[in-house]
Each structure stands twice: as C-alpha cells, then as structure tokens.
Design a protein around this ligand. Structure first.
Ligand SMILES: Nc1ncnc2c1ncn2[C@@H]1O[C@H](COP(=O)(O)OP(=O)(O)O)[C@@H](O)[C@H]1O
Ligand SMILES: [Mg+2]
Length: 269
C-alpha cells in the first residue's frame, strides 16, 4: 500500500470531439499529502487535466489510477463514490447564493447520507460538527449564518474550500482558485487552502496562472504547454529558461477552434 501513489496519471491524452488534442501523453504521480501546483498559460490544458481526473470529461487514451485503481472506466455507482473522494474547487466558487455558508458546506456531506436524509436535507449533529470544523479551518466560523451571496469573493472561496473539505476527500482539485481575487487576498486564501490540506493530509492539485504564487506554495510544480508536461520538479529548480518556454508556446489554432457549446456537450453531469 505504502508504495502506491495516491494518484497516478499514465500516458493520458485527451482529444476533444472537434479533433483538438488538448493533452498529449501526460504522466505524473501524486503522493499522499503532496501539494502540487500546475502552471501554464491559458489554453495549455490545465483545466482539461483536472476534468479528466475527476471524470467530468472522458479521457481518450491513458490511465488514471487512484490508490492503484483505474478510475477511467467506472460504472455509475463507482463514479458517485469517486466524486465523494475528490473535492473540486472552482475559480467562480459555485456556491448556492441563497443558502448560508454553513448550508453550502453541509452539501459537502451529501455523499455520506442515505437518499431520504439527503432529499429532506436532514443533516445530523455529526455532519454539522464536521461542517463547522471545516469552516473554522478557513476562518469562516463567524460567517456561518450569512447567505453566500452576501459574502465577499475571498469569503466565498473560503466557504467553497470548506465545502470540499467537508467531503473528507482523498484528493482536492482546484482550478485557478484565486484567479478572481486580488493579489493580497489570493495569498491568504492559498495559505488557508494549503494549511488545511497539509493538516488533513489531503493530496492537492492546484491549477494556477501566477508563477510567484505557485512557487511560494507548491511542494512541487508541474509546468504544461500545449498539453505536454515540460517540467515536473521542485519550485526552486525551475529555471528561467524553462519558465519562458512554458509560457511562450501557444498553439494559435487552439483558441479559435474552441467552442463553449462543445465543451458543455462534453460534460457528463
Ligand atoms: N470542449 C472543448 N472542445 C474543443 N477544445 C477545447 C474544449 N475545451 C477546451 N478546449 C481547448 O483545449 C485547450 C486546453 O484548454 P484548457 O484545458 O481549458 O486550458 P487551460 O485551463 O490551461 O487554460 C485549449 O486550446 C482550449 O481551447
Ligand atoms: Mg483553465
């Protein structure tokens, strides 16, 4: 068990229905408790990678294993279970605005409830305790009863982080979690995310545009350009030359061929 990586991505490629190859032969491992940042310019394939890992979109070839088990070919029931084990944090938070912060975090517990309780929204004391603990980890206890749509951007993202922690996930995926926040705030939110992940031993992959932020918080950095990994190593060993290469390469055809509708059609709900 101890030698099995928490996440193993092996020769993963993703070709979208329009024929565009967004990921090509991507391989890396994530060990239990690691906090890894994925950098690369817009269009590099960062979001595609996270969506393939959590099964939001299908992979074309390659294998993704979690704790040694292939997760690219699961039945519906197994997929549901996998979703519970993977927390996802979005750039735009995706909270339910009319619910309170606490209610939003409680939705992270739904995967642990039977259908009837979930349907009735009956969260027992254990679920509430867990949700409050998670709000506390991101310093949001004092906002527990606020409606989500009355919170600031930074507060919303903290609540979204608490919601994903309430899932008690094995793996956290965060897609540009601080891209909508101003620089100072983004560091404090990243700090909370990292601290919580480290304290709980949750492995984390964070897509992030900003190199300085990535270097500051990551145990390890993966740099991708045009769907390929150009760097996988320590933040301190990433050379300026390689950084330039990661941020230079863009396939000019890619953007124009990208179409929101086909992306939505790809989502498997
Ligand atoms: N549904 C889709 N259909 C076709 N091309 C897509 C789709 N989604 C993304 N792409 C393209 O795949 C590439 C990678 O996109 P994405 O993973 O969103 O990059 P990043 O998150 O690094 O900005 C881009 O060139 C993008 O235009
Ligand atoms: Mg993206």
């Amino acid at each position: 068990m101890s030698n099995v990586a928490l996440l193993e991505v092996n020769s993963l490629s993703k070709v979208y229905p329009n024929g565009y190859e967004a990921l090509a032969d991507v391989s890396f491992n994530l060990q239990a408790g690691e906090f890894v940042c994925i950098i690369g310019r817009s269009g590099a394939g960062k979001s595609t990678l996270l969506r393939c890992i959590n099964g939001l979109i299908s992979t074309t070839t390659g294998i993704v294993r979690m704790q040694g088990r292939d997760i690219t070919s699961l039945n519906d029931e197994q997929k549901l279970l996998l979703r519970r084990q993977i927390g996802f944090i979005f750039q735009e938070f995706n909270l339910v605005g009319r619910l309170t912060a606490l209610q939003n975090v409680l939705t992270g517990r739904l995967g642990y409830m039977n259908n009837l309780s979930a349907l009735l929204g009956y969260f027992n004391a254990n679920h509430r305790e867990k949700a409050l603990e998670c709000l506390g980890r991101v310093h949001m206890l004092q906002r527990a009863t606020y409606r989500a749509d009355n919170l600031s951007g930074g507060e919303k993202q903290r609540v979204a982080i608490a919601r994903s922690l309430a899932q008690e996930p094995l793996l956290l995926l965060a897609d540009e979690p601080v891209a909508s926040l101003d620089p100072e705030l983004s560091w404090s939110v990243m700090g909370d995310l990292r601290n919580a992940a480290k304290e709980l031993g949750v492995s984390t992959l964070v897509n992030i545009h900003d190199i300085e932020t990535a270097k500051h918080f990551a145990d390890r950095i993966i740099g991708i350009a045009q769907g390929r990994i150009l760097y996988d190593g320590l933040p301190g060993e990433l050379s300026d030359g390689l950084l330039q290469e990661i941020y230079r390469s863009e396939n000019p055809a890619a953007r124009s061929r990208y179409d929101e509708n086909s992306q939505n059609a790809e989502l498997e709900a």
